[in-house]
Design a protein around this ligand. Structure first.
Ligand code: IPD
Length: 273
């Protein structure tokens, strides 16, 4: 078990790497960007900047923590010997990045035993940076969550009908059809829906009270590792729809007093049908 002090040290390294990677990606965006390849479907894209930023992050991690593992969205997998893994999304919100919508992020976390689909142990440190706005969200295990030195706290006391809910959609057409069907059940029962395009920023937004709840199916560990810790440290409950741990099947996050009602709405809407 890693101590809070060790988590704070890991956070300092993660913050430094995330800030440098944000500057790198922003500079590359200014120089121009285009789709380098598609991944799971024709709409699931990767740009050269995603790849270059991940390579840059990887080199900084190896410099600072040569024995740790790495799990990266663009394939930076590396098995370590310490039991700690760096979980990296160089650009979360790649479609926004491509279109110039100022809602994408660099997301870096350190977790115990992370795989691409699930984190088995605790997440110890996490940083999410929006390079366009300059906002930085961060947390260490047991150390609270902050943005620009300001403590973050989720909204509490929000009834289901007043909840502003963030969600997102996968890249496969059939998965989207199912996600749209679930939305039919959710949308009439809440304040409104936001689809902002970066799951890491969605979780940071929850932590900062900009939304009240979020759910998404099909998120990989790099989409939610850092944001999940930031949300938890800001007081959120994060998990699956029937309790248990969030994973690639489903992630649900709200203030603790909203969780059960929101999870019940998701089940009634067929989220895990
Ligand atoms: C995507 C974003 C998006 C979410 C998708 C993710 P990417 O990550 O987080 O908000 O809805 O499920 O795949 O592909 O831009 O790194």
């Amino acid at each position: 078990m890693t101590s809070n002090a060790a988590s704070a040290q890991l956070l300092a390294i993660a913050r430094d790497i995330a800030v440098r990677a944000s500057e790198f990606a922003l500079e590359a965006r200014r120089a121009g960007v285009s789709v380098a390849a598609t991944k799971s479907t024709p709409t699931d894209i990767v740009t050269a900047v995603d790849r270059d930023t991940e390579a840059f992050i990887r080199s900084l991690i190896l410099e600072a923590r040569p024995d740790d593992g790495i799990v990266g969205e663009e394939g930076a997998a590396r098995v370590g010997t310490t039991g700690l893994d760096w979980v990296v999304d160089p650009i979360d919100g790649t479609v926004n990045f491509l279109y110039g919508i100022p809602s994408w992020s660099v997301s870096i976390a350190v977790a115990e035993q992370a795989g691409p689909r699930r984190i088995e142990g605790s997440t110890l440190a996490g940083v999410v940076v929006n390079p366009v706005t300059g906002e930085l969200f961060e947390a260490s295990l047991g150390g609270g969550a902050r943005s620009s030195g300001r403590p973050l706290a989720v909204n509490t006391g929000v009834p289901l009908g007043q909840a502003l809910v963030a969600t997102g959609f996968g890249y496969a057409s059939e998965v989207r059809r199912e996600q749209a069907e679930v939305l039919l059940g959710v949308l009439p029962e809440v304040r409104d829906i936001r689809r902002m395009g970066s799951a890491a920023l969605d979780l940071a937004s929850l932590a900062g009270g900009r939304v009240d709840a979020l759910y998404e199916r099909g998120l990989n560990a790099w989409d939610h590792a850092a944001g999940g810790l930031i949300a938890r440290e800001a007081g959120a409950r994060v998990g699956g729809v029937r309790g248990g741990r969030e994973d690639v099947e489903l992630l649900v996050a709200t203030a603790p007093d909203l969780y059960d009602a929101f999870a019940a709405l998701l089940r009634a809407s067929g989220v895990d049908a």
